[in-house]
Design a protein around this ligand. Structure first.
Ligand code: 16G
Ligand code: MG
Length: 562
């Protein structure tokens, strides 16, 4: 490690004094103008991680669904996964080190992780379409180079495409070719093969409207569409030609506002979907004949996919297990449907893709989705072996095994991927002859609301049981329990956000339970912000009526309902 060179180049990517950032659920994210030093340092760190693992490591420059002025960076581990937790801590230390401490921090990390500094390093870099991304990704590459590593700059990529490239490069090409052409061909070939098996391939299944959030998804889908056009024609909206990234459009907007994006004209019963800004999330929706908007979120996507995969396994007659992984935000109706109707075991993890991904690896087939549309399916080597042996099976089983083989190829197993998930969904709908309304009708979501409480320090809340129970502050969970037990099919929880200084409150109940939501949204902020006993009743009402700080709550100035 040439410490002299590191010091010299680090000064060219100086850290603004006093700035402290944390490697959160999805890496670093903040205003783009504060990120140059972080990018350089993440280049250094990626080179160290690559030396340690003797593998290619990825760095993606994106801030996903955040506003265009923001940016961010996350590292991709050798199997296309999120960075290991101990390295997340190193990332935070390195990003916050003062200039004079940089050498010591780098040496510390190398020693703790037993990095052989003589080892070669190779890092692949991708970026989204933000105006700041090109320069910031250049700073990443500067960092890699100063540490003696080599890099390949893929330029503009969706986040899941970068995960795919890393995975391909570290599995000797067995997963696919580490090029865009390789990605397009692998997915499109699988999709077209599947569509050929569909008996219903009328117009209804052939076209889809896609809102690309004015982001990278538009560019990549446009490059890809001619590869799969014999099976599906896509009409792109918010393709970046005029609107602003993620502004009034994209998966995050549609999911949190429960309304269609701007810039898309929707006729009744037309199938539509939205990607987020870096195309790793997808949600579907449609307008019914009465003009009502219906959202089909990650939960319903998981249901469609896992039902289909379970049916295929049953046809093949193999004793392979399948599990669905969700988070606390999964609508209770989806969990009930999966467990009680589909008889598929469901597991809950903490929020954040890496937690779901790891849990899903425990099954022969693990399907994971967050309600917000992040997700994919993972397949064990046992499944792949069974498929290889399928030549000896009778014809019906062989056909199902072939279908499973194509579905496996169509999923991006390195990361949730809006383009790949879209093609999987389109293939399943066509194969099963389901319309978007029939898919939506599998179950009815319980009414639910989310609230965001602005706090100085989100650590006032700590949780257990996959974030479904609050441990601190004392008394809060008991009060939630007392309320929840009074309403049918109800659930509520509070958790600290992993991405911003807020506490999130979630409540759901059957249509009679709107009072639960109101009470939960009153008692939780009062308890968190002002330590007022979290019980509906005299003390809460008098707290709401008192002058001073607490009165501000009545104008809802402390929190926002989303
Ligand atoms: C990040 C996570 C997403 C999670 C969201 C929750 C990844 C790639 N992204 O966007 O999975 O749903 O954060 O944010 O892991 P919160 O902790 O602020 O609620
Ligand atoms: Mg994203």
């Amino acid at each position: 490690m040439d410490l002299g060179a590191i010091t010299k180049y680090s000064a060219l990517h100086a850290k603004p004094s006093g700035l402290v950032l944390q490697y959160g659920t999805a890496g670093f994210r903040t205003k783009a103008e504060h990120l140059d030093h972080v990018m350089f340092r993440m280049g250094l760190l990626a080179a160290l991680r690559s030396k340690q693992t003797k593998s290619t490591v990825g760095v993606m420059v994106t801030a996903s669904h955040n506003p265009e002025e923001d940016n961010g960076v996350k590292l991709v581990d050798p199997l296309g996964e999120m960075l290991a937790p101990s390295w997340e801590e190193h990332a935070t230390c390195l990003a916050n080190a003062e200039e004079q401490d940089m050498q010591r921090v780098l040496i510390d990390i190398s020693e703790k992780e037993a990095v052989n500094l003589q080892q070669d390093a190779f890092v692949v870099v991708g970026r989204d379409t933000r105006p700041s991304s090109e320069k910031l990704s250049q700073s990443v590459m500067d960092g890699v180079t100063v540490l003696g590593g080599q890099f390949h700059d893929y330029g503009l990529l969706t986040t899941p495409q970068l995960h795919y490239m890393v995975y391909c490069r570290n599995t000797g090409g067995r997963y696919g070719k580490a090029t865009l052409e390789g990605y397009y061909q692998k997915l499109s070939k699988a999709f077209v093969e599947l569509i050929k098996q569909a008996s219903c391939s009328g117009d209804e299944y052939r076209s889809l409207k896609v809102d690309c959030a004015n982001g990278i998804g538009a560019l990549k889908l446009r490059e890809m569409e001619h590869y799969f056009s014999q099976g599906l024609s896509v009409q792109l909206f918010n393709d970046g030609s005029k609107g602003k990234l993620n502004h009034l459009c994209g998966a995050d907007f549609v999911k949190s506002h429960q309304k269609p994006p701007q810039g898309m004209e929707i006729k009744s019963n037309e199938r539509c979907c939205s990607f987020d800004g870096d195309a790793d999330r997808i949600v579907y929706y449609y307008h019914d004949a009465d003009g009502h908007f219906h959202l089909i979120d990650g939960d319903k996507i998981a249901t469609l996919i896992s039902s289909f995969l379970k049916e295929l396994l049953m046809e093949i007659g193999e004793n392979l297990n399948i599990g669905v992984v969700q988070t606390a935000y999964a609508n209770g109706s989806s969990t009930r449907y999966l467990e009680e109707v589909m008889k598929v075991p469901v597991y809950c993890t903490k929020t954040g893709v890496k937690h779901l991904h790891h849990k899903a690896q425990e099954f022969d087939i693990g399907v994971y989705f967050e309600a917000n549309g992040h997700g994919t399916a993972l397949f064990s080597t046992a499944v792949e072996m069974k498929i290889k042996q399928s030549e000896q099976l009778e014809e019906k089983k062989r056909k199902a095994a072939k279908m499973l083989e194509n579905i496996i190829d169509l999923f991006n197993q390195a990361a949730g991927d809006a383009i790949s998930d879209m093609l999987v969904i389109e293939a399943i709908l066509a194969l099963k002859g389901l319309t978007v309304q029939q898919w939506d009708a599998l179950y009815t979501d319980l009414p639910n609301r989310q609230l965001k409480v602005q706090v100085a320090d989100r650590r006032v809340i700590s949780t257990t049981n996959a974030e479904r129970q609050a441990v601190t502050p004392p008394g809060l969970q008991e009060a939630i329990n007392d309320l929840v037990k009074k309403y049918k099919l109800s659930r509520a929880f509070v958790r600290p956000s992993g991405t911003e200084d807020v506490v999130r409150v979630y409540a759901e109940a059957d249509s009679q339970g709107s009072r639960l939501v109101i009470w939960i949204f009153i008692i939780c902020p009062l308890h968190i912000l002002f330590k007022v006993p979290a019980k509906p009743g005299q003390s809460t009402v008098s707290a709401l009526n008192r002058d001073g700080d607490i009165c501000q709550l009545r104008s809802l100035s402390h929190f926002r309902v989303e």
